[in-house]
Design a protein around this ligand. Structure first.
Ligand SMILES: Cc1cc2nc3c(=O)[nH]c(=O)nc-3n(C[C@H](O)[C@H](O)[C@H](O)COP(=O)(O)OP(=O)(O)OC[C@H]3O[C@@H](n4cnc5c(N)ncnc54)[C@H](O)[C@@H]3O)c2cc1C
Length: 447
């Protein structure tokens, strides 16, 4: 179909991936983006020395994320390679006011790293509960599994109590929610997608110069991307979709044959659908659960961690949850550490001013590594629930939400299609956003 028009709301990876496919297929594509930049939750921060860059949002591109890797290649972007998360030694813990290598039995009384392995083996067992991670609602006992939460499962594990806290760090950082608020069915679904084989090594990549070079490159290949265009109202009709948006001080109306809503549902809640959204979709938009997350990026003048065998990863029961090296894919005398805080601690840190949040992260790292605070050169921070056009981290399905909402996530509301990291089995990832955008583009082209 050509000579057909489509409006895409949101220039994150999902909206841009869809726009790019539809533009190539000959559709007249208009992208409306509320911010003054494209990329959404892919946002690289550049307030560091010597052109150092660190990611304020989406960061790791996994080796299996072939759509992201293919797009980076197509737009001639170079990738910096990181090892697999598990292969690298040197993880530290800061629990119960004690700090040291997780493997240091003298500090913890046991080798926490070995104990932690038991959790990954249990996860591999859990993976067997969901045969088809793209359709978790069809798993045997789906409803019962969905009614449970992950906190109960953690508590039942026969491991050292600190390992339970360590695993809580995993839930809070990976899913950015509290284990109590996380559907056990979605947890098992994720286990089936990612943790079925504990031996599997998973190298990661970042785009050299910043991940946001990719959304910028895709947007440059599109004819009509309107920035500062905040969609306020959508009306789905039999023959098309009418969208009203505000751009700076003026109001505009655009009508197209089809539209794609590629914004987080936390933001879709602010849009007036003029009662044209089917009841199931409206319920989804109103109810679906999202997590909270903050990042604090700290540039140190010296990579002091190299001298002490720390790989940059510190798991804590303090308010920052965990850290990692943000620039370990490039050579530089300085290094940036990311403090990544999800779940309830993420929501709490979001309430602080930027200065206070940064101070908190520096002081907790100082607690584990005395003297490190004196080496701080530059800092930056993001609190995503405070961002008016995000208002969350990413979707984190609460108990009973998989069986209630899964199918609606993938069903168009008449001529309005849903795309985004929420509308894909690869939820919470840049890859998932791209998958959803490319999928709905295909569905629309074949309509
Ligand atoms: C801190 C953090 C760390 C992450 N780490 C990783 C990681 O390591 N690896 C990974 O793969 N993924 C990661 N992710 C997830 C990844 O960034 C997201 O899944 C992905 O970028 C989401 O893309 P999207 O297009 O669905 O949504 P978004 O990027 O949120 O795009 C939506 C767009 O819609 C715009 N918009 C909103 N409201 C309106 C409106 N009313 N009118 C017009 N436009 C509007 C927004 O401004 C935005 O540009 C992380 C996310 C965060 C927040």
């Amino acid at each position: 179909m050509t000579n057909k028009s489509i409006t895409i709301i949101g220039a994150g990876m999902a909206g841009l991936a869809a726009a790019y496919e539809l533009h190539k297929a000959g559709w007249a594509v208009t992208v409306l983006e509320a911010r003054s930049r494209v990329g959404g939750r892919v946002f690289s921060l550049r307030e560091f020395s010597d052109g150092l860059v660190a990611e304020g949002g989406g960061e790791f591109i996994e080796y299996k994320h072939h759509r992201m890797l293919a797009l980076a290649k197509e737009f001639n972007l170079s990738l910096g390679s990181l090892g697999g998360w598990h292969a690298e030694s040197g993880d530290w813990g800061l629990f119960q006011n004690k700090a040291g290598l997780l493997s240091d039995e003298k500090i913890w009384g046991v080798n926490l790293e070995d104990e932690y392995e038991k959790m990954w083996l249990s996860l591999a067992e859990l993976a067997k509960l969901v045969n088809d991670p793209s359709n978790p609602q069809t798993a045997p006992n789906a409803k019962e599994l969905d009614s449970k939460n992950v906190a109960d499962w953690i508590n039942q594990q026969n491991v050292h109590p600190i390992v339970k806290d360590l695993f809580k760090c995993h839930i809070r950082s990976e899913y950015t929610c509290e284990p109590e608020n996380f559907s056990f069915l979605d947890f098992a679904r994720n286990a089936a997608l990612y943790y079925g084989n504990p031996e599997e090594e998973k190298p990661n990549y970042r785009i050299i110069g910043g991940n946001d070079l990719l959304p910028k490159a895709i947007a440059n290949a599109l004819p009509d991307v309107r920035l500062n265009a905040v969609v306020e109202s959508i009306k789905i009709q039999d023959e098309g979709v009418t969208i009203k948006y505000k751009q700076v001080d003026s109001f505009h109306t655009i009508r197209s044959d089809v539209a794609i809503l590629a914004v987080p549902l936390t933001v879709a809640r602010m849009i007036d659908f003029n009662s044209s959204l089917p009841a199931k979709h409206q319920k989804l938009v109103d109810e679906i659960s999202y997590g909270a997350v903050t990042k604090v990026l700290i540039e140190y003048r010296k990579k002091f961690w190299k001298e002490i065998g720390w790989n940059g990863r510190l798991y804590t029961d303090e308010p920052i949850v965990m850290t990692w090296g943000a620039t370990n894919h490039i050579e530089h005398e300085h290094g940036i550490i990311t403090a990544y805080t999800g779940g309830k601690p993420g929501a709490e840190l979001s309430k602080l001013s930027d200065t206070e949040r940064i101070k908190t992260a520096i002081s907790i790292i100082e607690k584990a590594f005395p003297g490190s605070a004196d080496l701080v050169e530059n800092t930056a921070t993001m609190a995503w629930i405070n961002e008016p056009f995000t208002r969350s981290s990413y979707m984190a399905l609460a108990p009973n939400q998989v069986t209630e909402h899964w199918q609606t996530l993938f069903t168009p509301a008449g001529r309005l299609y849903f795309a985004g990291e929420h509308a894909t089995p690869i939820q919470g990832y840049m890859e998932g956003a791209v998958e959803s955008g490319q999928r709905v583009a295909r569905e629309i082209i074949n309509m």
